[in-house]
Design a protein around this ligand. Structure first.
Ligand SMILES: *Cc1c(COP(=O)(O)O)cnc(C)c1O
Length: 454
């Protein structure tokens, strides 16, 4: 076995040629999306009004194990993939841990996160179908940025509804989207029926992801030649993000490395679902065992404190119902929550696997996340996104446990992106203006009581 380099890159010939569909190896499949009116499973015809045809197929396909990645997407991936799998030697030394720590770094592209992996796929299929453009929502702006890049590459119009508070607080992210030709509208806006309704009911609201989704869907279904795209949660997004895990697995197999613990942050579940996909596949087939840990913010704890039930994906209740761990579609994390990962629900695939006991979940308070981010940045050089730093926090905790027990575990975590646009959050942390608000059981129960009765 050759010595393990500091950064493991794959040769072009070793690069994944397919996405891996984890659902094919699940005995109990994730629950289907339901029509919000009839409560019957969404049909391909119903879904094709909202999503591109090929993406509808991928969304509903629980059986095909491998999807060849189209050549056009592979050539886009070549611009920024493979992403490096890095051995965190300096971090190990700093922690004086016998653990071996690796991270898969997805921040090496202009959009700054893993979201580009699915954005390029979704834009490609829209173009192939002859559409004019796509609509979407974005919170902090990473997804909108990634989609703008992908749409400009394929010559598609891109309309982004950006949560108003982020639109105002993250003007630079907005400008990156405009560099790539997207139109960016603060949400809620008066450009849609649902936006006008929300504004009338909640004047002065600073918006939420659920509300921006409702607006983007309305614009897609009411404009011929447009479809809606979503950056996380959906099965198709996890399928595209499997490129992260497949690359990681190929790189680890190349050097004979077997992870004991795999850790990822969990917002809607796409990076975690992608990173763990081939490893979880082995676990489901009984070929190997891994500890898999989802890390979420204590202020938005859908897996650790949510309910596994059908819920709306959006505030306006125009989207299909998904069965997922959810805090309720009206849930909005406390205003000083700075670290992303603020969606109320979790990917149906990860929700089902969590329900089956195939993965663990922990929630962490945000100041501890920023502590971990700085520890990491100071020795590994990369300024991590706050979202990614949730995974760093738990990787540090596990490595410190190894120091105490002397175990030489191999830990791999997903470093999903960079934090250059998150410096307001870092500033709050430095100035001691960040607290660790955690919702009470009573608060969560109030939102859970409003779940649709299915
Ligand atoms: C969007 C985002 C996440 C969370 O989304 P998932 O769908 O849960 O992966 C994590 N990290 C970064 C950098 C992001 O931009």
């Amino acid at each position: 076995m050759s010595t393990i380099p500091y950064k493991i890159y794959l040769e072009e010939s070793e690069m994944p040629k397919y996405w891996y569909n984890l659902r094919a190896d699940m005995k109990k499949k994730p629950a289907p999306l339901l029509n919000p009116g009839t409560h019957q499973p969404m049909t391909p015809a119903e879904l094709s009004g909202v999503f591109c045809d090929e993406l509808v197929k991928q969304e509903l396909d629980n059986d095909t194990r491998e999807y060849p990645i189209p050549e056009e997407i592979l050539s886009f991936y070549r611009m920024y993939r493979p992403s490096p799998l890095v051995r965190a030697y300096c971090l190990e030394e700093k922690l004086k841990t016998p653990a071996k720590i690796y991270y898969k770094f997805e921040g090496n592209n202009t959009s700054g996160s893993h979201k580009l992996n699915s954005a390029v796929a979704q834009a490609y299929y829209a173009k192939k179908q002859g559409l004019k453009g796509v609509t979407t929502e974005t919170g902090a702006g990473q997804w909108g940025t990634a989609l703008s890049m992908a749409c400009s590459y394929f010559g598609l119009d891109c309309k982004v509804y950006m949560v108003k508070v982020s639109y105002e607080q993250k003007p630079f992210r907005r400008e990156v989207m405009r560099v790539y030709g997207a139109s960016v509208t603060p949400s809620p806006s008066d450009t849609t029926q649902v936006g006008r309704k929300i504004l009338a009911e909640h004047p002065g609201t600073t918006g939420s992801l659920g509300c921006a989704i409702s607006e983007a869907v309305e614009v897609a279904v009411s404009n011929p030649g447009y479809r809606y795209v979503l950056g996380s949660v959906l099965n198709q997004v996890l399928l595209h993000q499997s490129v992260i895990g497949v690359e990681t697995k190929i790189a680890m197999d190349k050097y004979g490395i077997k992870p004991d613990i795999i850790i990822g942050c969990a917002g809607g579940g796409s990076n975690l679902g992608g990173l763990i996909a081939p490893f979880m596949g082995e676990k489901l087939r009984g070929e190997a065992d891994y500890r898999i840990i989802a890390v979420e913010p204590a202020s938005c704890p859908s897996l650790t404190r949510g309910v596994y039930a059908y819920d709306f994906c959006d505030t306006g209740m125009v989207c299909p119902l998904a069965k997922m761990y959810t805090l309720g579609s009206d849930f909005i994390p406390a205003p000083n929550h700075a670290g992303g990962l603020r969606y109320h629900g979790m990917s149906p695939i990860l929700s089902e696997l969590y329900d089956q006991g195939m993965l663990e979940a922990v929630s962490v308070p945000q100041t501890s996340v920023f502590d971990a981010a700085e520890t990491f940045a100071r020795v590994e050089g990369i300024l991590p996104a706050p979202e990614s730093s949730h995974a760093i926090k738990v990787a540090l905790d596990e490595a410190i446990k190894c120091r105490e027990t002397g175990e030489e575990k191999t830990i791999v975590f997903g470093l999903t992106g960079t934090g250059y646009f998150d410096l307001v959050a870092y500033e709050k942390y430095h100035n001691g203006q960040m607290d660790d608000y955690i919702p009470t059981d009573e608060e969560l129960a109030r939102f859970a009581a409003k779940l649709p009765k299915i």
